[in-house]
Design a protein around this ligand. Sequence first.
Ligand code: ZN
Length: 153
Amino acid sequence: MSNYPSIIARPTPTGFHGRYVANDGQPTARVPQLQHLYHRAYRHDLDAMLAFLIDQHPAGWSQLGTDPTADCGWINPLPPIGDRGFRCYCHGDRHEPEALLTKETADPLWHEWIYVLRPGGITVTAADPDGDTWLEPVFVPWSNDARPRIGAA
Ligand SMILES: [Zn+2]
C-alpha cells in the first residue's frame, strides 16, 4: 500500500541511481520537502544529502521526513498517523536488502515521479497518467522561492 510512489536519485553519466519512496511523492509535497532538506538540514551539502538518502538507506523508504538526525528506522506496528519522520526499509524493525532503481528499471506504472538531485536543482519527471511512458522532465532550481510547476505537459 502506498500513496504517490516515487524514486529519489543521484545522476549518473547515463541516467540515475535511485531508491524507492512509497509515500508522498507528489511534487506539491516532495519538492518543498527536498528544498527544506537541501537548504536547512544539509546547508547546501548535496553530497551529504545524497549519501543519506541513497547510500545509507539502500533498501529505500516508506516516507521521507524533515530531520535526518532523528531515528529513521522502521517501526512495528506501522508508524502512527501524523508521524513526519523518515522511515526506511533497512533499519529499525525492517532489514530489507538493497534495492537499486535505474533508468532501465524504473516503471511509469509503479513509480509516478522521479526526482534526480543535481548541483543546481532537481530534475522532476512525471509518469504519464496512463502509466506507459514518462512526460518531459521539469527542472526545479534549488531556491527557497521555487514552487513546483509540474504536470503542465
Ligand atoms: Zn535504513
